[in-house]
Design a protein around this ligand. Structure first.
Ligand SMILES: [Mg+2]
Length: 288
């Protein structure tokens, strides 16, 4: 076992994972190639925590499909939902909502829709706002089924925009939105307009809360992602895993250590790297 594995294995590991293009295939949204690896890790009580741009409504369905029953982070770090048995006590600053402890980090969607309205006269011809899209258009842009498209439109904290302009125009637009107090993040398909939250801040908050409530355990984190909106969590996790994507280059990181990049796409790459980082032999070595 190498040193990195030793460091991981003397601790409780928390895995934070992007979904689209990472645990789930960018095109088919399937996760079957990661299933075996997921089940093995869950069997060793390693939580797999989705950290996604998707909505609460989508996650309720996806958790069942993925057979995950732990915490999850929605809408690019806008809120964390924590199941009651994940932590011994109420998490600080969380509210009990719909069967979860919920910690939110952003203003609600209406606030951001108001802001987008202000920039529409000048930039409206360059983007399509999710809230204004027909269900057919959402399906066309995302490849989601009718049911899933409906769930994805139930956003609480931010607004996705489909960009139709050039990259240069996008840069200018992002600068304008920033000056107005929003923190736009480019995902795999959309520009997400929302508050000062990201997948990294959410990861850090949950890690701190977990550590506060488990003082005798040293916790380490692995984050996996394939897009720009994953950079914040890839930077703050102990180990960063970049999943190769069929549509973009692996996200560029500032950090220079403990970065792994998969050679395979999506769920195949997910399993490829986690099988290397957490091989079954580790557990035998640990129990000896
Ligand atoms: Mg992704």
């Amino acid at each position: 076992m190498n040193n990195e594995l030793m460091r991981i294995y003397n601790r409780q590991v928390l895995i934070f994972t992007d979904l689209d293009g990472t645990l789930m295939d960018h095109y088919s949204y399937e996760h079957k190639d990661a299933k075996h690896c997921m089940n093995r890790l869950l069997g060793h009580s390693i939580p797999i925590i989705p950290n996604t741009s998707k909505t609460f409504s989508e996650l309720l369905v996806l958790r069942k499909r993925l057979k995950l029953n732990g915490p999850f982070i929605i809408e690019n770090g806008a809120a964390i939902y924590i199941n009651k048995n994940f932590l011994p006590e109420k998490p600080k600053g969380a509210l009990w909502q719909e069967g979860f402890w919920v910690k939110s980090f952003s203003s609600k969607r209406n606030y951001w829709l108001g802001l987008i309205k202000k920039v529409t006269p000048e930039y409206g011809h360059l983007f399509e706002s999710f809230s204004k899209m027909s269900q057919e258009r959402i399906i066309e842009l995302t490849g989601l089924s009718v049911e899933d498209a409906l769930l994805s439109s139930q956003r609480q904290f931010g607004e996705p925009l489909f960009w139709k302009g050039t990259d240069e125009e996008l840069e200018g637009f992002i600068a304008v939105l920033r000056r107005m107090g929003s923190h736009p993040v480019k995902g795999g398909r959309f520009l997400h307009v929302g508050g000062d939250c990201n997948k990294g801040k959410a990861l850090t908050w949950l890690l701190k809360e977990y550590q506060r409530q488990h003082k005798n355990i040293t916790v380490s984190t692995i984050a996996l992602g394939d897009g720009k909106n994953d950079i914040a969590m890839l930077e703050v996790a102990d180990t960063a895993v970049r999943i190769a994507s069929p549509v973009n280059e692996p996200p560029e990181l500032q950090r220079t250590t403990k970065i792994h990049t998969s050679s395979l796409h999506g769920p195949k790459g997910w399993a490829e790297v986690l099988e290397q980082l957490i091989p079954e032999s580790t557990f035998f070595a640990q129990s000896k």
